[in-house]
Design a protein around this ligand. Structure first.
Ligand SMILES: *[C@@H]1O[C@H](CO)[C@@H](O)[C@H](O)[C@H]1NC(C)=O
Ligand SMILES: *[C@@H]1O[C@H](CO)[C@@H](O)[C@H](O)[C@H]1NC(C)=O
Ligand SMILES: *[C@@H]1O[C@H](CO)[C@@H](O)[C@H](O)[C@H]1NC(C)=O
Length: 179
């Protein structure tokens, strides 16, 4: 499998980061181990110039569950809906890992003076799938996408953290065949 760079970006409109987790609901430690929490987020899904179809969509809702087992990365599981500027509703599913580095912890704890993550600093990635009806956006439903993630600290009391994703479509390489 090879990754085709730069297909879709969620979270950036112009230079403004927009996937904003605005509420966090800690579930706590389960007896099976693992700390669970759920967040609510708002955001935008926009395509880079040249991606067809051009996408300009805004979240209807985004539901963001995190689980963390001691000594392991966060496991992220997100589902939501976005609506395009021409009125189509697209389902968004995302699962993957978020590194649990000291830098990430400092951002999540909203320590003062902490810089945003740099692109590529986090060596984990997330996998994305979309539901889109037959029509203009249907190719989204036929692809698998991966994303690198960046966290940006909160700058207001209504924001837990900003999460920024650069999403790329994965293309199948040559098939494995019996020789
Ligand atoms: C959950 O468990 C971890 C590890 O045992 C502990 O450090 C943490 O304080 C616990 N959190 C809560 C909210 O009880
Ligand atoms: C994206 O859609 C919003 C309305 O949903 C609109 O305000 C904005 O100008 C659009 N952006 C682009 C680049 O078309
Ligand atoms: C996080 O810290 C910044 C200042 O560094 C502050 O403006 C913001 O309100 C804080 N966020 C929350 C959720 O308290």
């Amino acid at each position: 499998m090879e990754s085709v760079p730069m297909s879709i970006i969620i979270g950036i409109e112009g230079k403004k980061v927009e996937l904003r987790i605005f509420a966090s609901y800690p579930i706590g430690n389960l007896t099976t181990g693992g700390f669970w929490a759920n967040g609510n987020a708002v955001g935008v899904l926009t395509s880079v110039p040249g991606f067809i179809p051009a996408i300009n969509a805004t979240s209807i809702h985004m539901d963001d569950t995190f689980v963390r087992y001691p000594g392991a990365p966060y496991i992220q599981d997100t589902r939501g809906l976005v609506m395009t500027d021409d009125g189509q509703i697209i389902g968004v599913n995302m699962q993957g890992l978020v590194s649990a580095t000291p830098h990430v912890h400092d951002i999540m704890a909203n320590k003062t003076g902490v810089e945003p993550l740099r692109w590529g600093e986090m060596d984990t990635f997330t996998v994305w799938n979309f539901q889109a009806a037959a029509g203009k956006y249907s190719q989204l439903a036929e692809g698998t996408f991966v994303a690198n993630t960046r966290l940006i600290p909160s700058d207001n009391e209504d924001t837990v953290v900003y999460m920024d994703y650069q999403i790329s479509q994965v293309d199948a390489g040559p098939l494995c065949v019996d020789s």
